[in-house]
Write a new protein. Structure first.
Ligand code: FMN
Length: 507
Protein backbone atom coordinates (compact mmCIF):
# COMPACT_ATOMS: atom_id res chain seq x y z
CA UNK A 1 0.00 0.00 0.00
CA UNK A 2 2.78 2.37 1.00
CA UNK A 3 4.66 1.45 -2.20
CA UNK A 4 1.55 2.30 -4.26
CA UNK A 5 1.18 5.71 -2.55
CA UNK A 6 4.81 6.42 -3.20
CA UNK A 7 4.39 5.61 -6.92
CA UNK A 8 1.33 7.89 -7.17
CA UNK A 9 3.19 10.71 -5.43
CA UNK A 10 6.17 10.42 -7.76
CA UNK A 11 3.89 10.30 -10.91
CA UNK A 12 2.03 13.37 -9.66
CA UNK A 13 5.24 15.24 -9.01
CA UNK A 14 6.52 14.41 -12.56
CA UNK A 15 3.23 15.69 -14.07
CA UNK A 16 3.44 18.89 -12.01
CA UNK A 17 7.05 19.40 -13.08
CA UNK A 18 6.09 18.97 -16.76
CA UNK A 19 3.20 21.44 -16.40
CA UNK A 20 5.44 23.94 -14.61
CA UNK A 21 8.10 23.64 -17.34
CA UNK A 22 5.46 24.11 -20.05
CA UNK A 23 4.10 27.18 -18.28
CA UNK A 24 7.57 28.68 -17.93
CA UNK A 25 8.22 27.90 -21.61
CA UNK A 26 4.89 29.51 -22.65
CA UNK A 27 5.61 32.54 -20.47
CA UNK A 28 9.07 32.85 -21.98
CA UNK A 29 7.69 32.51 -25.52
CA UNK A 30 5.02 35.11 -24.67
CA UNK A 31 7.61 37.59 -23.41
CA UNK A 32 9.75 37.05 -26.51
CA UNK A 33 6.67 37.49 -28.79
CA UNK A 34 5.69 40.72 -26.99
CA UNK A 35 9.25 41.99 -27.25
CA UNK A 36 9.31 41.24 -31.01
CA UNK A 37 5.87 42.86 -31.50
CA UNK A 38 7.07 45.89 -29.49
CA UNK A 39 10.14 46.20 -31.67
CA UNK A 40 8.11 45.86 -34.90
CA UNK A 41 5.40 48.31 -33.80
CA UNK A 42 7.88 50.86 -32.54
CA UNK A 43 9.84 50.86 -35.77
CA UNK A 44 7.09 50.62 -38.38
CA UNK A 45 5.85 53.88 -39.91
CA UNK A 46 2.50 52.91 -41.37
CA UNK A 47 0.19 52.81 -38.31
CA UNK A 48 0.24 55.80 -35.93
CA UNK A 49 -1.57 54.07 -33.05
CA UNK A 50 0.80 51.09 -33.09
CA UNK A 51 3.85 53.37 -33.29
CA UNK A 52 2.64 55.48 -30.34
CA UNK A 53 1.34 52.54 -28.29
CA UNK A 54 3.39 49.49 -29.31
CA UNK A 55 1.67 46.11 -28.75
CA UNK A 56 -1.35 47.66 -26.95
CA UNK A 57 -2.36 49.44 -30.16
CA UNK A 58 -2.88 46.05 -31.83
CA UNK A 59 -5.91 45.35 -29.63
CA UNK A 60 -7.74 48.20 -31.33
CA UNK A 61 -8.08 46.12 -34.51
CA UNK A 62 -9.16 43.06 -32.60
CA UNK A 63 -11.82 44.96 -30.62
CA UNK A 64 -13.03 46.78 -33.72
CA UNK A 65 -13.52 43.41 -35.41
CA UNK A 66 -15.15 41.76 -32.39
CA UNK A 67 -17.32 44.83 -31.80
CA UNK A 68 -19.30 43.97 -34.96
CA UNK A 69 -20.42 40.77 -33.29
CA UNK A 70 -20.75 41.78 -29.63
CA UNK A 71 -22.22 45.29 -29.85
CA UNK A 72 -25.67 43.85 -30.40
CA UNK A 73 -25.52 41.76 -27.22
CA UNK A 74 -23.99 44.23 -24.75
CA UNK A 75 -24.46 47.79 -25.86
CA UNK A 76 -27.15 48.39 -28.49
CA UNK A 77 -30.69 49.19 -27.33
CA UNK A 78 -33.71 47.30 -28.66
CA UNK A 79 -34.54 49.91 -31.28
CA UNK A 80 -31.06 51.13 -32.15
CA UNK A 81 -29.25 48.95 -34.63
CA UNK A 82 -29.15 49.13 -38.41
CA UNK A 83 -30.18 47.78 -40.81
CA UNK A 84 -32.53 45.87 -38.48
CA UNK A 85 -32.83 46.57 -34.76
CA UNK A 86 -33.10 43.91 -32.12
CA UNK A 87 -36.87 44.26 -31.71
CA UNK A 88 -37.43 43.64 -35.44
CA UNK A 89 -35.05 40.69 -35.50
CA UNK A 90 -36.33 39.18 -32.28
CA UNK A 91 -39.84 39.13 -33.76
CA UNK A 92 -38.58 37.19 -36.78
CA UNK A 93 -36.63 34.73 -34.62
CA UNK A 94 -39.64 34.06 -32.39
CA UNK A 95 -42.00 33.71 -35.33
CA UNK A 96 -39.56 31.33 -37.02
CA UNK A 97 -39.28 29.20 -33.90
CA UNK A 98 -43.05 29.39 -33.44
CA UNK A 99 -42.67 30.47 -29.83
CA UNK A 100 -44.65 33.08 -27.91
CA UNK A 101 -44.68 36.40 -29.81
CA UNK A 102 -46.53 38.38 -27.14
CA UNK A 103 -44.72 41.20 -25.27
CA UNK A 104 -45.32 42.55 -21.79
CA UNK A 105 -45.69 45.84 -19.97
CA UNK A 106 -45.70 48.19 -22.96
CA UNK A 107 -44.39 49.08 -26.38
CA UNK A 108 -40.75 50.17 -26.75
CA UNK A 109 -41.49 51.65 -30.16
CA UNK A 110 -41.34 55.45 -30.37
CA UNK A 111 -44.81 55.69 -31.86
CA UNK A 112 -44.74 59.49 -32.07
CA UNK A 113 -41.49 59.60 -34.03
CA UNK A 114 -41.72 61.06 -37.57
CA UNK A 115 -42.51 58.38 -40.22
CA UNK A 116 -43.96 56.04 -37.62
CA UNK A 117 -47.13 54.42 -38.96
CA UNK A 118 -50.23 53.60 -36.93
CA UNK A 119 -53.11 51.52 -38.17
CA UNK A 120 -56.62 52.69 -37.45
CA UNK A 121 -58.67 50.18 -35.55
CA UNK A 122 -62.37 49.93 -36.25
CA UNK A 123 -64.95 49.80 -33.43
CA UNK A 124 -66.71 46.87 -35.12
CA UNK A 125 -64.06 44.52 -36.51
CA UNK A 126 -65.21 41.39 -38.32
CA UNK A 127 -65.76 38.44 -36.02
CA UNK A 128 -63.06 35.79 -36.25
CA UNK A 129 -65.40 33.52 -38.21
CA UNK A 130 -66.12 36.34 -40.69
CA UNK A 131 -62.44 37.02 -41.39
CA UNK A 132 -60.66 35.09 -44.11
CA UNK A 133 -57.32 34.60 -45.85
CA UNK A 134 -56.13 37.06 -48.48
CA UNK A 135 -57.99 36.71 -51.77
CA UNK A 136 -56.14 35.14 -54.70
CA UNK A 137 -54.76 37.49 -57.34
CA UNK A 138 -53.95 36.42 -60.91
CA UNK A 139 -50.68 37.43 -62.57
CA UNK A 140 -50.28 37.48 -66.37
CA UNK A 141 -53.86 37.24 -67.66
CA UNK A 142 -52.71 37.14 -71.30
CA UNK A 143 -50.06 34.45 -70.88
CA UNK A 144 -50.40 30.85 -71.99
CA UNK A 145 -49.75 29.92 -68.34
CA UNK A 146 -50.91 32.65 -65.96
CA UNK A 147 -50.03 32.30 -62.28
CA UNK A 148 -52.21 32.45 -59.18
CA UNK A 149 -49.80 32.67 -56.23
CA UNK A 150 -51.16 31.20 -53.03
CA UNK A 151 -49.50 33.68 -50.67
CA UNK A 152 -49.15 37.44 -50.51
CA UNK A 153 -45.75 37.11 -48.79
CA UNK A 154 -42.91 35.46 -50.70
CA UNK A 155 -39.16 34.94 -50.79
CA UNK A 156 -37.16 37.59 -52.65
CA UNK A 157 -34.34 36.92 -55.12
CA UNK A 158 -31.07 35.75 -53.61
CA UNK A 159 -28.79 33.83 -55.96
CA UNK A 160 -27.22 30.44 -55.35
CA UNK A 161 -23.71 31.78 -55.05
CA UNK A 162 -24.59 34.64 -52.75
CA UNK A 163 -26.40 31.95 -50.70
CA UNK A 164 -25.02 28.53 -49.80
CA UNK A 165 -26.49 25.24 -51.01
CA UNK A 166 -28.03 24.34 -47.61
CA UNK A 167 -29.56 27.83 -47.35
CA UNK A 168 -31.20 27.57 -50.79
CA UNK A 169 -32.38 24.02 -50.01
CA UNK A 170 -33.94 25.17 -46.72
CA UNK A 171 -35.69 28.07 -48.45
CA UNK A 172 -37.02 25.77 -51.15
CA UNK A 173 -38.32 23.22 -48.64
CA UNK A 174 -39.78 25.99 -46.45
CA UNK A 175 -41.45 27.70 -49.42
CA UNK A 176 -43.13 24.42 -50.31
CA UNK A 177 -44.39 23.94 -46.74
CA UNK A 178 -45.83 27.45 -46.57
CA UNK A 179 -47.08 27.69 -50.18
CA UNK A 180 -45.10 30.77 -51.11
CA UNK A 181 -42.79 31.30 -54.08
CA UNK A 182 -39.00 31.41 -54.05
CA UNK A 183 -37.21 33.80 -56.42
CA UNK A 184 -33.94 32.30 -57.74
CA UNK A 185 -32.07 35.62 -57.81
CA UNK A 186 -29.81 36.26 -60.75
CA UNK A 187 -27.49 33.27 -60.32
CA UNK A 188 -29.46 30.73 -62.38
CA UNK A 189 -31.54 27.70 -61.43
CA UNK A 190 -29.71 25.23 -59.17
CA UNK A 191 -30.76 21.72 -58.08
CA UNK A 192 -31.18 23.21 -54.59
CA UNK A 193 -33.97 25.52 -55.78
CA UNK A 194 -35.76 22.48 -57.16
CA UNK A 195 -35.20 20.34 -54.05
CA UNK A 196 -38.39 21.40 -52.23
CA UNK A 197 -40.64 21.33 -55.30
CA UNK A 198 -41.90 24.84 -54.46
CA UNK A 199 -43.11 27.53 -56.86
CA UNK A 200 -40.17 29.41 -58.39
CA UNK A 201 -39.66 32.77 -60.03
CA UNK A 202 -36.65 32.69 -62.35
CA UNK A 203 -34.73 35.94 -62.36
CA UNK A 204 -32.91 37.09 -65.50
CA UNK A 205 -30.10 39.38 -64.40
CA UNK A 206 -28.03 41.56 -66.69
CA UNK A 207 -25.42 38.77 -67.13
CA UNK A 208 -28.25 36.30 -67.99
CA UNK A 209 -26.69 33.66 -65.74
CA UNK A 210 -28.05 30.21 -66.54
CA UNK A 211 -29.70 31.39 -69.77
CA UNK A 212 -26.72 32.90 -71.59
CA UNK A 213 -24.73 31.97 -74.66
CA UNK A 214 -20.93 32.25 -74.90
CA UNK A 215 -21.13 35.99 -75.56
CA UNK A 216 -23.40 36.56 -72.56
CA UNK A 217 -26.51 37.08 -74.71
CA UNK A 218 -29.90 35.54 -73.92
CA UNK A 219 -29.97 31.96 -75.21
CA UNK A 220 -33.55 31.11 -76.23
CA UNK A 221 -32.98 27.36 -76.03
CA UNK A 222 -31.76 27.54 -72.46
CA UNK A 223 -34.60 29.90 -71.62
CA UNK A 224 -37.25 27.51 -72.89
CA UNK A 225 -35.48 24.68 -71.04
CA UNK A 226 -35.87 26.64 -67.78
CA UNK A 227 -39.50 27.42 -68.64
CA UNK A 228 -40.19 23.73 -69.18
CA UNK A 229 -39.84 23.18 -65.42
CA UNK A 230 -43.46 23.18 -64.27
CA UNK A 231 -42.38 24.70 -60.96
CA UNK A 232 -40.95 27.80 -62.64
CA UNK A 233 -44.05 29.98 -62.61
CA UNK A 234 -42.80 33.42 -63.63
CA UNK A 235 -39.77 35.27 -65.03
CA UNK A 236 -38.39 38.47 -63.54
CA UNK A 237 -36.13 40.71 -65.62
CA UNK A 238 -33.89 42.55 -63.19
CA UNK A 239 -33.13 46.14 -64.19
CA UNK A 240 -31.67 47.21 -60.87
CA UNK A 241 -31.52 46.43 -57.19
CA UNK A 242 -32.06 48.87 -54.31
CA UNK A 243 -28.70 48.25 -52.66
CA UNK A 244 -26.73 49.05 -55.82
CA UNK A 245 -28.75 50.82 -58.52
CA UNK A 246 -26.64 51.28 -61.63
CA UNK A 247 -24.35 48.37 -60.82
CA UNK A 248 -24.65 44.73 -61.74
CA UNK A 249 -24.41 41.78 -59.36
CA UNK A 250 -21.04 41.06 -57.76
CA UNK A 251 -19.93 37.59 -56.68
CA UNK A 252 -16.32 37.56 -55.42
CA UNK A 253 -14.07 34.94 -57.08
CA UNK A 254 -13.60 33.04 -53.81
CA UNK A 255 -17.31 32.20 -53.93
CA UNK A 256 -17.37 31.10 -57.60
CA UNK A 257 -16.94 27.34 -57.15
CA UNK A 258 -16.95 24.81 -60.03
CA UNK A 259 -20.60 24.05 -59.28
CA UNK A 260 -21.70 27.71 -59.24
CA UNK A 261 -19.73 28.37 -62.41
CA UNK A 262 -21.44 25.45 -64.17
CA UNK A 263 -24.91 26.71 -63.19
CA UNK A 264 -24.15 30.30 -64.18
CA UNK A 265 -22.27 29.27 -67.33
CA UNK A 266 -19.13 31.25 -66.42
CA UNK A 267 -15.47 30.40 -65.48
CA UNK A 268 -14.81 29.21 -61.91
CA UNK A 269 -12.67 31.12 -59.38
CA UNK A 270 -13.01 34.51 -61.09
CA UNK A 271 -15.05 37.48 -59.85
CA UNK A 272 -18.50 37.24 -61.39
CA UNK A 273 -19.56 40.77 -62.27
CA UNK A 274 -22.75 41.47 -64.19
CA UNK A 275 -23.03 44.39 -66.61
CA UNK A 276 -24.72 47.43 -65.07
CA UNK A 277 -27.55 47.20 -67.62
CA UNK A 278 -29.02 44.69 -70.03
CA UNK A 279 -26.84 45.67 -73.00
CA UNK A 280 -29.74 45.25 -75.45
CA UNK A 281 -32.18 47.38 -73.41
CA UNK A 282 -31.67 51.10 -73.31
CA UNK A 283 -35.20 52.44 -73.77
CA UNK A 284 -38.76 51.63 -72.73
CA UNK A 285 -39.43 50.30 -76.24
CA UNK A 286 -36.53 47.86 -75.99
CA UNK A 287 -37.61 46.86 -72.51
CA UNK A 288 -41.09 45.97 -73.80
CA UNK A 289 -39.41 44.10 -76.68
CA UNK A 290 -37.46 41.99 -74.19
CA UNK A 291 -40.54 41.34 -72.04
CA UNK A 292 -42.46 40.27 -75.15
CA UNK A 293 -39.59 38.02 -76.26
CA UNK A 294 -39.25 36.23 -72.90
CA UNK A 295 -43.03 35.88 -72.55
CA UNK A 296 -43.50 34.46 -76.04
CA UNK A 297 -40.75 31.87 -75.48
CA UNK A 298 -41.75 30.87 -71.96
CA UNK A 299 -45.55 31.36 -72.10
CA UNK A 300 -45.36 32.48 -68.46
CA UNK A 301 -45.82 35.85 -66.73
CA UNK A 302 -42.86 38.20 -67.14
CA UNK A 303 -42.18 41.16 -64.88
CA UNK A 304 -39.44 43.65 -64.10
CA UNK A 305 -37.57 44.48 -60.91
CA UNK A 306 -36.05 47.86 -60.22
CA UNK A 307 -35.24 50.44 -57.58
CA UNK A 308 -36.95 53.69 -58.53
CA UNK A 309 -34.87 56.84 -58.88
CA UNK A 310 -35.90 59.09 -61.74
CA UNK A 311 -39.69 58.86 -62.08
CA UNK A 312 -40.21 60.23 -65.59
CA UNK A 313 -39.29 57.01 -67.36
CA UNK A 314 -42.20 55.22 -65.68
CA UNK A 315 -44.65 57.57 -67.35
CA UNK A 316 -42.94 56.99 -70.69
CA UNK A 317 -43.17 53.24 -70.07
CA UNK A 318 -46.93 53.50 -69.40
CA UNK A 319 -47.47 55.59 -72.54
CA UNK A 320 -45.45 53.16 -74.65
CA UNK A 321 -47.53 50.28 -73.27
CA UNK A 322 -50.72 52.02 -74.39
CA UNK A 323 -49.27 52.67 -77.83
CA UNK A 324 -48.43 48.97 -78.21
CA UNK A 325 -51.51 47.54 -76.53
CA UNK A 326 -52.15 46.73 -72.91
CA UNK A 327 -51.07 43.10 -73.32
CA UNK A 328 -47.52 44.34 -73.97
CA UNK A 329 -47.22 45.46 -70.33
CA UNK A 330 -44.99 43.68 -67.83
CA UNK A 331 -47.18 41.32 -65.84
CA UNK A 332 -45.71 42.59 -62.60
CA UNK A 333 -43.35 45.20 -61.26
CA UNK A 334 -41.13 44.50 -58.26
CA UNK A 335 -40.12 47.76 -56.59
CA UNK A 336 -37.01 47.41 -54.49
CA UNK A 337 -36.19 49.92 -51.79
CA UNK A 338 -32.94 51.92 -51.83
CA UNK A 339 -32.21 50.40 -48.42
CA UNK A 340 -32.52 46.85 -49.72
CA UNK A 341 -29.95 44.19 -48.92
CA UNK A 342 -27.29 42.55 -51.04
CA UNK A 343 -24.41 40.09 -50.94
CA UNK A 344 -21.93 42.83 -51.91
CA UNK A 345 -22.22 46.45 -53.08
CA UNK A 346 -20.21 49.67 -53.11
CA UNK A 347 -21.14 51.84 -50.11
CA UNK A 348 -21.59 54.91 -52.33
CA UNK A 349 -24.50 53.19 -54.10
CA UNK A 350 -25.83 51.39 -51.05
CA UNK A 351 -26.07 54.53 -48.94
CA UNK A 352 -26.81 57.28 -51.38
CA UNK A 353 -28.57 56.24 -54.59
CA UNK A 354 -32.24 55.49 -55.23
CA UNK A 355 -35.53 56.12 -53.45
CA UNK A 356 -36.66 54.26 -50.35
CA UNK A 357 -39.85 52.22 -50.69
CA UNK A 358 -41.77 54.71 -48.53
CA UNK A 359 -41.50 57.09 -51.49
CA UNK A 360 -41.24 54.79 -54.47
CA UNK A 361 -44.21 52.50 -53.73
CA UNK A 362 -46.84 55.30 -53.69
CA UNK A 363 -45.14 56.85 -56.74
CA UNK A 364 -45.35 53.62 -58.77
CA UNK A 365 -48.89 52.67 -57.74
CA UNK A 366 -50.13 56.21 -58.42
CA UNK A 367 -48.49 56.26 -61.86
CA UNK A 368 -50.14 52.93 -62.70
CA UNK A 369 -53.55 54.17 -61.46
CA UNK A 370 -53.16 57.37 -63.49
CA UNK A 371 -52.47 55.38 -66.64
CA UNK A 372 -55.22 52.85 -66.10
CA UNK A 373 -52.70 50.03 -65.66
CA UNK A 374 -53.14 49.22 -61.98
CA UNK A 375 -55.25 46.11 -62.60
CA UNK A 376 -53.07 44.89 -65.47
CA UNK A 377 -49.69 45.17 -63.73
CA UNK A 378 -49.33 43.54 -60.32
CA UNK A 379 -47.16 45.35 -57.81
CA UNK A 380 -44.65 43.53 -55.62
CA UNK A 381 -43.07 45.55 -52.80
CA UNK A 382 -39.59 44.78 -51.50
CA UNK A 383 -37.25 46.32 -48.94
CA UNK A 384 -37.03 45.99 -45.17
CA UNK A 385 -40.52 44.53 -44.95
CA UNK A 386 -39.90 41.85 -42.36
CA UNK A 387 -42.46 42.41 -39.57
CA UNK A 388 -46.29 42.25 -39.89
CA UNK A 389 -46.78 46.04 -39.68
CA UNK A 390 -44.35 46.55 -42.60
CA UNK A 391 -46.36 44.22 -44.81
CA UNK A 392 -49.66 45.81 -43.72
CA UNK A 393 -48.24 49.24 -44.64
CA UNK A 394 -47.21 48.01 -48.12
CA UNK A 395 -50.70 46.58 -48.70
CA UNK A 396 -52.28 49.89 -47.61
CA UNK A 397 -50.04 51.70 -50.10
CA UNK A 398 -51.23 49.50 -52.95
CA UNK A 399 -48.90 46.49 -53.16
CA UNK A 400 -50.43 43.19 -54.30
CA UNK A 401 -47.56 41.13 -52.92
CA UNK A 402 -44.61 41.60 -50.62
CA UNK A 403 -41.27 39.82 -50.87
CA UNK A 404 -38.46 39.63 -48.36
CA UNK A 405 -34.86 38.47 -48.57
CA UNK A 406 -33.33 39.34 -45.22
CA UNK A 407 -36.46 38.41 -43.26
CA UNK A 408 -36.12 34.87 -44.57
CA UNK A 409 -32.36 34.93 -43.97
CA UNK A 410 -33.11 35.65 -40.31
CA UNK A 411 -35.58 32.78 -40.30
CA UNK A 412 -32.63 30.65 -41.46
CA UNK A 413 -30.64 31.90 -38.45
CA UNK A 414 -28.86 35.02 -39.80
CA UNK A 415 -27.52 37.11 -36.90
CA UNK A 416 -26.77 40.22 -38.97
CA UNK A 417 -23.02 39.62 -38.80
CA UNK A 418 -22.71 41.57 -42.09
CA UNK A 419 -20.21 39.10 -43.59
CA UNK A 420 -22.18 38.17 -46.75
CA UNK A 421 -19.37 39.31 -49.05
CA UNK A 422 -16.50 37.49 -47.33
CA UNK A 423 -17.31 33.77 -47.43
CA UNK A 424 -17.12 33.71 -43.62
CA UNK A 425 -20.82 33.97 -42.67
CA UNK A 426 -20.95 32.44 -39.18
CA UNK A 427 -24.41 30.97 -39.77
CA UNK A 428 -23.58 29.12 -42.99
CA UNK A 429 -26.09 31.13 -45.05
CA UNK A 430 -23.79 33.13 -47.32
CA UNK A 431 -20.65 31.03 -47.23
CA UNK A 432 -19.38 28.08 -49.24
CA UNK A 433 -17.09 26.96 -46.45
CA UNK A 434 -18.32 23.44 -45.55
CA UNK A 435 -17.22 23.88 -41.92
CA UNK A 436 -19.52 26.87 -41.53
CA UNK A 437 -22.33 25.32 -43.59
CA UNK A 438 -22.37 22.36 -41.19
CA UNK A 439 -24.41 24.34 -38.66
CA UNK A 440 -27.26 24.94 -41.11
CA UNK A 441 -29.43 21.83 -41.30
CA UNK A 442 -31.86 22.40 -44.19
CA UNK A 443 -34.73 20.26 -42.87
CA UNK A 444 -34.67 22.03 -39.50
CA UNK A 445 -34.40 25.51 -40.98
CA UNK A 446 -37.11 24.79 -43.58
CA UNK A 447 -39.60 24.45 -40.74
CA UNK A 448 -38.47 27.84 -39.43
CA UNK A 449 -38.92 29.42 -42.85
CA UNK A 450 -42.46 28.06 -42.98
CA UNK A 451 -43.29 29.15 -39.42
CA UNK A 452 -41.94 32.63 -40.09
CA UNK A 453 -44.05 32.92 -43.22
CA UNK A 454 -47.22 31.56 -41.62
CA UNK A 455 -46.96 33.56 -38.39
CA UNK A 456 -46.24 36.73 -40.30
CA UNK A 457 -49.25 36.30 -42.60
CA UNK A 458 -51.38 35.48 -39.55
CA UNK A 459 -50.36 38.72 -37.81
CA UNK A 460 -50.98 40.77 -40.98
CA UNK A 461 -54.48 39.30 -40.95
CA UNK A 462 -54.78 40.42 -37.29
CA UNK A 463 -53.93 44.02 -38.26
CA UNK A 464 -56.36 43.92 -41.20
CA UNK A 465 -59.18 42.59 -39.02
CA UNK A 466 -58.46 45.19 -36.32
CA UNK A 467 -58.85 47.85 -39.04
CA UNK A 468 -62.31 46.48 -39.80
CA UNK A 469 -61.65 44.55 -43.02
CA UNK A 470 -62.01 40.85 -43.57
CA UNK A 471 -58.71 40.20 -45.27
CA UNK A 472 -55.32 41.89 -45.80
CA UNK A 473 -55.88 42.86 -49.45
CA UNK A 474 -58.78 45.09 -48.38
CA UNK A 475 -56.37 47.36 -46.51
CA UNK A 476 -56.30 50.85 -48.07
CA UNK A 477 -54.48 54.11 -47.42
CA UNK A 478 -57.24 55.45 -45.17
CA UNK A 479 -56.59 52.57 -42.77
CA UNK A 480 -53.31 54.04 -41.53
CA UNK A 481 -51.79 57.35 -40.46
CA UNK A 482 -48.17 58.43 -40.51
CA UNK A 483 -46.52 60.74 -37.98
CA UNK A 484 -45.09 63.89 -39.56
CA UNK A 485 -42.18 66.05 -38.39
CA UNK A 486 -44.34 68.11 -36.01
CA UNK A 487 -45.46 64.98 -34.18
CA UNK A 488 -49.00 65.06 -35.62
CA UNK A 489 -50.14 62.16 -37.77
CA UNK A 490 -52.01 62.37 -41.06
CA UNK A 491 -53.82 59.73 -43.07
CA UNK A 492 -51.76 57.92 -45.70
CA UNK A 493 -54.61 58.82 -48.06
CA UNK A 494 -53.87 62.50 -47.40
CA UNK A 495 -50.10 62.09 -47.48
CA UNK A 496 -50.22 60.17 -50.77
CA UNK A 497 -53.59 61.02 -52.36
CA UNK A 498 -54.96 58.57 -54.93
CA UNK A 499 -54.62 60.28 -58.34
CA UNK A 500 -57.33 60.87 -60.92
CA UNK A 501 -57.39 58.19 -63.57
CA UNK A 502 -56.37 59.78 -66.85
CA UNK A 503 -59.38 60.12 -69.19
CA UNK A 504 -57.31 58.88 -72.14
CA UNK A 505 -56.79 55.55 -70.34
CA UNK A 506 -60.13 54.89 -68.65
CA UNK A 507 -59.50 51.20 -68.09
C1 FMN B 1 -27.50 37.85 -49.80
C2 FMN B 1 -28.38 38.59 -50.75
C3 FMN B 1 -28.38 38.26 -52.09
C4 FMN B 1 -29.21 38.94 -52.99
N1 FMN B 1 -29.22 38.57 -54.32
C5 FMN B 1 -30.06 39.19 -55.17
C6 FMN B 1 -30.16 38.79 -56.52
O1 FMN B 1 -29.52 37.85 -56.97
N2 FMN B 1 -31.04 39.45 -57.31
C7 FMN B 1 -31.82 40.48 -56.85
O2 FMN B 1 -32.60 41.06 -57.60
N3 FMN B 1 -31.75 40.88 -55.57
C8 FMN B 1 -30.90 40.26 -54.72
N4 FMN B 1 -30.87 40.64 -53.41
C9 FMN B 1 -31.78 41.73 -52.96
C10 FMN B 1 -33.08 41.17 -52.41
O3 FMN B 1 -33.75 40.37 -53.34
C11 FMN B 1 -34.05 42.28 -52.00
O4 FMN B 1 -34.43 43.01 -53.13
C12 FMN B 1 -33.48 43.25 -50.98
O5 FMN B 1 -32.62 42.63 -50.07
C13 FMN B 1 -34.60 43.93 -50.18
O6 FMN B 1 -35.33 43.01 -49.44
P1 FMN B 1 -35.08 42.75 -47.86
O7 FMN B 1 -35.02 44.10 -47.22
O8 FMN B 1 -36.24 41.93 -47.42
O9 FMN B 1 -33.78 42.05 -47.75
C14 FMN B 1 -30.05 39.98 -52.51
C15 FMN B 1 -30.05 40.30 -51.16
C16 FMN B 1 -29.24 39.62 -50.28
C17 FMN B 1 -29.29 39.99 -48.82
Amino acid sequence: MELLNHEYASALSTILQVIASLLILALGAGIVAIAIAYFIDNNQTEHTIRRNYPVLGRFRYLFEHLGEFFRQYFFAGDREEMPFNRAQRAWVYRAAKNIDRTVAFGSTKAIREPCSVMFLNNPFPPLTQEAHEASVVLIGPNCRKPYRPKSLFNISGMSFGALSAPAVTALSLGAKQSHCWLNTGEGGLSPYHLEGNCDLVFQIGTAKYGVRDEQGKLDDERLSEIASHARVRMFEIKLSQGAKPGKGGILPGNKVSEEIAAIRLIPAGQDSISPNRHPEVHSCTELLDMIHHVRSITGKPVGIKFALGDTQWLKILCKTIHQRGIESAPDFITIDSADGGTGAAPMALMDDVGLPLRESLPEVTNTLIQHGLRERIRVIASGKLINPSDIAWALCMGADFVVSARGFMMALGCIQAMQCNSNSCPTGITTHDPKLQRGLVPEDKATRVAYYHNNLVHDVELIANACGVREPRQLKRHHARQVTVNGQSISLAELHPYPERSTSHPL
